[in-house]
Design a protein around this ligand. Sequence first.
Ligand code: SF4
Length: 73
Amino acid sequence: METKEYTNGEVTIVWNASLCTHSANCARGLASVFKPREKPWVDPHGATTEEIVHQVRRCPSGALTTYLNTEKP
Ligand code: SF4
């Protein structure tokens, strides 16, 4: 299971490539963070932690999740 992590120091975005259905909901909803044409495609500094958490919850496949760095599993 390939996962990648991107953090702004406060929140960490976890992306599971094998679950991603490339629906691009994330890019449409928060284009300053989720940039499918760039590498790396996630810029965790492109929005506030609150905006990131809100958008990640809308990922339909479950490929995106977040955790707060203070609650690192
Ligand atoms: S919203 Fe989720 S499933 Fe859709 S492209 Fe983004 S990460 Fe992949």
